[in-house]
Ligand binder design. Structure first.
Ligand code: GSH
Length: 202
């Protein structure tokens, strides 16, 4: 299986963490692809031009990351990450969608900040709007902390990936200042080998 993407992408990281949870991380080959320079190649696999894309051993192409995570979870012998002790599968997927929405806003903001073509203006209105979406999203995540911190599910993995990505790309947000409980919890998680091995700063 090949996972097309980049190791700085939090969406790729979620997929890698599902594979690692099920013990087949080594069978998932990460193929680096540049979303800007290799756009045509990427669009041939995903018409939306986004990473990650999974190519199965049968040559099937799967996107987006939530679908890839779901698929990889079905391959594992380990406990499903989409079934929680006290959480319904739809609840886990809703919290994954919350995290992915926060990431969408943060990634859009980061792209505008780092990748606006020279000579073109960045929109302060959109920058603010995405920052607001990230802020309200993180507030909603903090309100669910007790639900996700007791057992390892796709939701708890996505919380860690998302909050670490905010530290990485949007430190000016200072989300830790408002949510010290969540900051303590996420630091405990980030100290685990599985998260260290997928650190986007590597
Ligand atoms: N909903 C998608 C989002 C993926 C996404 O936004 N990926 C970013 C990189 S982190 C990307 O490929 N951006 C390139 C672009 O939009 O042109 C998923 O979960 O897979």
């Amino acid at each position: 299986m090949k996972l097309f993407g980049s190791t700085t992408s939090p969406f790729v990281r979620n997929c890698l963490l599902v594979a690692a949870h099920h013990g087949f991380g080594n069978e998932l080959e990460v193929v680096r692809i540049d979303t800007a320079a290799e756009r045509a190649r990427l669009q041939a696999m995903n018409p939306l031009g986004k990473i990650p894309v999974l190519e199965t051993d049968d040559g099937e192409l799967i996107y987006d990351s939530a679908v890839i995570c779901d698929y990889l979870d079905t391959l594992g012998d380990g406990e499903s990450l989409f079934v929680g002790e006290e959480m319904a599968p739809w609840r886990i997927r809703t919290l994954l969608a919350l995290c992915n929405g926060v990431l969408d806003a943060c990634v859009s903001r980061t792209m505008m900040r780092l990748r606006t073509p020279q000579g073109e203006a960045q929109s302060p209105w959109w920058m603010q709007r995405w920052a607001d979406n990230v802020g309200t999203g993180v507030g909603a995540m903090a309100a669910c902390l007790d639900e996700i911190r007791t057992n390892r599910t796709m939701a708890s993995i996505a919380f860690v990936t998302t909050l670490d990505y905010l530290d990485f790309r949007m430190p000016e947000l200072g989300w830790r200042d408002g949510y010290s409980d969540m900051a303590v919890w996420v630091d405990e998680q980030l100290a685990l080998d599985v998260f260290k091995a997928t650190d986007p700063r590597r």
